[in-house]
Unconditional design. Structure first.
Length: 134
């Protein structure tokens, strides 16, 4: 059996956030946590920017995925009602492999298994406090 240890990147991470209005409050909490994290150098929010913004979530998911694919960001966190829709949309971008992760522990596990995974979460199944607890 071969065990590979995933080491954190030497440089601070550039993270992009996106989602839909259902995950707006959850995204705002994550945004603040990331801004306070010394391992993160830049947090970019591609939208939505208000709970009343009803732009279809694929626009935000694809915008975030393109930032990863182009090298403008290192990771993306996408949030919608279930996490499935944003994963499907992000996976349309070549080189992106987004996976739904309702809990932080699952995110760590899946990240270790995939090179360019972008975690996505469902606001209906998660809360900011439950994600911090893992």
């Amino acid at each position: 059996m071969v065990v590979k240890t995933i080491t954190p990147p030497a440089a601070p991470l550039r993270i992009v956030l996106g989602g839909d209005e259902a995950g707006f409050a959850y995204k705002a909490a994550i945004f603040q946590d990331l801004e306070d994290d010394p391992r993160v150098s830049v947090v970019t929010d591609v939208g939505p920017y208000s709970v009343s913004d009803t732009t279809a979530y694929p626009h935000y998911a694809v915008a975030a995925a393109r930032k990863i694919a182009s090298g403008e960001a290192d990771r993306a966190i996408l949030i919608c009602g279930t996490g499935l829709g944003v994963a499907i949309a992000a996976n349309k971008v070549p080189g992106i492999h987004a996976v739904p992760v309702p809990r932080q522990l699952q995110c760590r596990t899946r990240r270790a298994l995939q090179q360019r995974a972008g975690p996505v979460s469902g606001a209906a199944a998660s809360s900011a406090s439950s994600s911090r607890d893992d």
